[in-house]
Ligand binder design. Structure first.
Ligand code: NAD
Length: 473
């Protein structure tokens, strides 16, 4: 058995379908092998989770909270090793990977302390009516490759806290840190409560259509989310779909470049731009568009691009070759259609999937770089003339995950932000995501939320308990 087995019913098991390579994006070379499970093993995992659910569903809130507290402590204790593994499989700089792990700890601790309410709707001498929130059963978590560890935590911890059993299916590009996470969780919960299965293809659709699974929490692209929704119809699975975004940011006329440019850069290039709620289209008034582009380019040129394990590196590789090629294609398309590369713009000639932070001007709505989700290290700076018109353009997208408005007049910025159609609207910031603030998209960016009480309740079903206090005579 290799060092990255699956976990089914409390046992570390080798996949029946061989193994597959996991590539380090900083080298382009395989550095580990992950086991590949079979569909029969998926069935075993579902059955194990169903068996475990028959008891775990009745575990007390105090017991589940305590499990999550212990899990958080173990993750914290192994933070550095986990972060190094994230760098190896995902590419981000080590400090960011440490942030990913410690963010995971914070989210786990938050879930541990959450309360699941019982809502008393009516109470009088003759009857009491209560609304209860109950676990759903077997929850499948399907995760992407950009924040593999933290997104797995976002899915798994509230599901467990609410009393569900979980099957985790990480992206085959970044399965390893999730395997380690599941091994940690398994130390603290009964066997079968948490399972992880890995494989290169086929599992996602098999999970989506599996009638033994009651809910899917999915984070990934809109196209895959649509496939999940279609396949999930068979047994009316509950769904949380956190899908793609193409977040617009509007900078109001007269905003100080100096005051906001660093925050805008970070929001756009967080995790090399591979963040669902990264700032992906920057609309700046025409009087300031050139100044903003140049100020962003100054910060971009300061980045030290390289292997995330090297101490001075601030900017890692793109996670995989397909994404790198998409980014290069979108920049090339912009260039042949009148765009101008202010900095960056070409893949670096060295091993690994390196593309420097890139600023492009001279593009507008209708260009692929503006209309499509780039999900990588390139930001279009788009000039606008009229605020009402730019609001229309910001909203003129099928995607509606997040959006932001920037300006020194906070009242005006807030008024405009409230007219964005996105699931989250930020003012003078972007991509602010916290354990206690519900987060989710609208339109084709998905539905359902994560985090806060609303996020926790997504892992429950409602039961109305209607009690007549006296028997009829
Ligand atoms: P993806 O859709 O290609 O893959 C996501 C997961 O789905 C992977 O585990 C993959 O193996 C699995 N999968 C593939 N085919 C499947 C199928 N037919 N049925 C079920 N599962 C299947 O996405 P990705 O390329 O890994 O991630 C990038 C995308 O994720 C971007 O669009 C990004 O915006 C989005 N994303 C969204 C959020 C959010 O919270 N809204 C967060 C992170 C990433």
């Amino acid at each position: 058995m290799n060092d990255y087995p699956m976990l089914i019913d409390g046992a570390r098991v080798a996949g029946e379908d061989g193994h597959f390579d996991v590539v380090n994006p900083a080298t382009g070379e395989a550095f580990a092998q992950c086991t590949a499970g079979s569909l029969a093993q998926l069935d075993q995992a579902v059955q194990a989770a169903q068996r475990a659910f028959s008891l775990w569903r009745y575990s007390s809130h105090a017991e589940r909270s305590e499990c999550l507290r212990r899990i958080a402590s173990d993750i914290e204790g192994e933070a550095e090793a986990l972060a190094r593994l994230i760098v190896a499989e995902q590419g981000k700089p080590l400090s960011l990977a440490m942030g990913e792990v410690m963010g995971g700890v914070a989210w786990t601790r938050y879930a541990a302390e959450q309360e699941i309410p019982v809502q008393v709707i009516e109470e009088n001498a003759s009857q009491r009516v209560e609304l209860h929130y109950k676990p759903l059963g077997v929850v499948a978590s399907i995760t992407p490759w950009n924040w593999p560890f933290m997104i797995a935590i976002w899915h798994i911890m509230p599901a467990l806290r609410a009393g569900n059993c979980v099957i985790s299916k990480p992206s085959s590009l970044t399965p390893l840190s999730t395997i380690r996470l599941v091994e940690i969780i398994a130390r603290h919960v009964p066997k079968g409560v948490i399972n992880v299965i890995t494989g290169e293809r086929g599992f996602g659709s098999a999970i989506s259509s599996h009638t033994g699974i009651h809910k899917i929490v999915f984070t990934g692209s809109t196209a895959t989310g649509q496939r999940v929704m279609q396949a999930a119809a068979g047994n009316l699975k509950r769904l949380t779909l956190e899908l793609g975004g193409n977040d617009a940011a509007i900078v109001l006329p007269g905003t100080s470049v100096e005051a906001v440019v660093e925050d805008i850069f970070q929001a756009a290039f967080l995790n090399m731009g591979q963040t669902c709620a990264a700032l992906k289209r920057l609309y700046v008034h025409e009087s300031q568009a050139a100044a903003f582009a140049e100020a962003l380019a100054v910060i971009a040129r300061r980045q030290v691009v390289g292997d995330g394990l090297q101490a001075d590196v601030t900017f890692g590789p793109v996670q995989n070759i397909e994404q790198l090629e998409l980014v290069a294609e979108l920049v090339a398309d912009a260039c042949v259609n009148g765009g101008r590369v202010v900095c960056g713009g070409e893949r670096l000639e060295r091993p690994g999937y390196f593309f420097p932070p890139t600023i492009v001007t001279g593009v507008s709505d209708g260009h692929r770089l503006v209309d499509e989700e780039q999900f990588g290290p390139v930001l279009p700076v788009i000039a606008y003339r009229d605020v009402e018109d730019v609001l229309r353009r910001a909203n003129d997208s099928d995607m509606a995950l997040g959006g932001s408005v920037w300006g020194s007049d906070v009242v005006a910025a807030e008024a405009l932000a409230s007219r964005l159609e996105s699931g989250v609207a930020w003012v003078n910031c972007h991509a602010q995501i916290h354990p206690h603030t519900p987060f989710g998209g609208s339109k084709m960016s998905g539905f359902g939320v994560e985090f806060g009480l609303e996020g926790l309740l997504e892992f429950t079903g409602q039961q109305l308990l209607y009690v007549r206090k006296h028997q009829a005579v």
